[in-house]
Structure formats: C-alpha cells, structure tokens
Design a protein around this ligand. Structure first.
Ligand SMILES: [Zn+2]
Length: 176
C-alpha cells in the first residue's frame, strides 16, 4: 500500500493548489474548462498525430511546456488526458523533468497514480460529486458522474471507488 500512501500524501499537499485552480474556473460550473485551466497554468495544448498507444505527451521546449494530444480521442478521454498531464506538470515538474511521458513500459507507476488522483480531483471534486449524486439511485451514479463532469464511465467509476461508493472492478471477494 506504500504506493497509494505516497500518492495520498502528495495529493494532500497538492489539494490546496487544485482547489485554488478550481476556484477560478468553477463559476461556470461543470464540466470544468480543463483546457482553459491547462493554459492558465502555462501549458500550451496542441493536437497532433501520435503513435496509436500514446494519448498525450508533455514536452518542455524553449517555448515552455507543451502538451501534445493525440487526435483520436473522444471528448471525455481528451479531457482526462489534459487533466492527467496537468497533474504531472504541477505535481512532478519540480522533482523530475522527463522530456516525454507516454504509455511506455518504463512508467513510474507512483507518478501515474498521483497524476490520476490529481485528474479525478480536478475534473470531479468530491463535494461536487456528492452534490451531483444526491437524489439519484445507486444504479445511476456512474452515468450521473460521467455526464455531469464530462468524463468516461470508467473514470466516473474509479471516482466512485475512490469515494468508497463502489467496489473496484478487479477485487475478488473471497468465498466464505
Ligand atoms: Zn502519466
């Protein structure tokens, strides 16, 4: 569990930053303007052709940080990629400066867990999720989160898991 402990401690440190960012953009409600947020944090977002297994990459160039986004992404997937890479930018740029982060086998999973936790908090803040879910039956929760926050059903489900409102799909319940 050291990995998630590490991720949660980084997230605790990063939460004020996430909330300060959101406070400036939440006036328009949800889904948040994630590409506008990325631009406000000094990232230039560009769409380009990329290898099939790569959704986004963060490059430090002479012009500053450039987020390259693959063309072939649904809008929810694109929003997630931007939020995830913004997490790397804000949480990890002081610790390491990889030129490109992709889906390569050499992933540092601790960094990935942290970037995903950041993306969930940015796109689906806990309090806003609780507000959105109020009054809906449990069976509708994944679709409510997905539609309210402009994320995929998969991302919505993981948010519910993180909030302890759903079971992780891989968990095997031992037979008694
Ligand atoms: Zn990543």
């Amino acid at each position: 569990m050291a990995r998630s402990d590490s991720a949660s401690s980084v997230m605790q440190a990063a939460l004020p930053k996430v909330r300060a960012i959101l406070a400036g953009f939440r006036r328009d409600g949800f889904p948040v303007d994630v590409e506008g947020i990325a631009a406000s944090q000094g990232m230039h977002v560009m769409t380009c052709r990329m290898p099939p297994n790569v959704l986004g990459a963060l490059n430090l160039t002479s012009e500053g940080w450039v987020l390259l986004l693959a063309q072939q992404q649904t809008p929810p997937r694109r929003r997630w990629t931007v939020a995830h890479e913004l997490g790397h930018h804000l949480l990890h740029s002081g610790r390491a400066h990889p030129i490109v982060r992709t889906g390569a086998a050499a992933y540092d999973w601790t960094l990935e867990v942290e970037a995903n936790a950041f993306a969930r908090e940015l796109l689906m803040p806990v309090e806003a999720c609780e507000t959105a879910l109020a009054g809906h039956p449990e069976s509708e929760w994944p679709s409510v989160v997905s539609e309210t926050f402009g994320v995929s059903r998969s991302a919505a489900r993981w948010r519910l898991v993180e909030m302890k409102l759903a079971q992780p799909p891989e968990v095997l319940v031992p037979a008694l």
